[in-house]
Design a protein around this ligand. Sequence first.
Ligand code: 5GP
Ligand code: ZN
Length: 131
Amino acid sequence: MDCIFCAILAGEIPSKKVYEDETAFAFLDINPFHAGHTLVIPKRHVADLTADPQALAEIAPAVTNVAGLLLGKLDAEGLNLLVNSGSVAGQEVFHLHVHLIPRYADNPGMAGLARRDPDIDLDAVYRRIAG
Ligand code: 5GP
Ligand code: ZN
């Protein structure tokens, strides 16, 4: 199967891991909307939100734990959860993933949510979370 997130899980593609448990794995998005933008994925391959009725519930504890981790380690004052399901909704990787997007006081609200920010230094953000 040709799935980049399965390749990340297998260690074939490097990633900046922020969290792992029995069922879920979380790593920094390579092209973040906001500093600390993280993807939480099931360890088993599930194509999208509707492909398996258990999958979202399986990774829910991880999503909550990662949310707490990001809020604790970064200067974020809130965060957004996002799941894109189907290419028309913007899904590009067909391995279920929850976007966890920390939000900051200098750029609040929904209007500024989903814009890539090329100025984010992924290594510096990662040191703050995992260092
Ligand atoms: P989607 O558009 O499918 O909801 O989100 C896919 C996300 O995966 C995008 O935000 C994209 O930046 C991220 N992404 C794609 N390829 C890689 C990769 O190889 N490594 C990491 N860390 N993120 C990736
Ligand atoms: Zn996969």
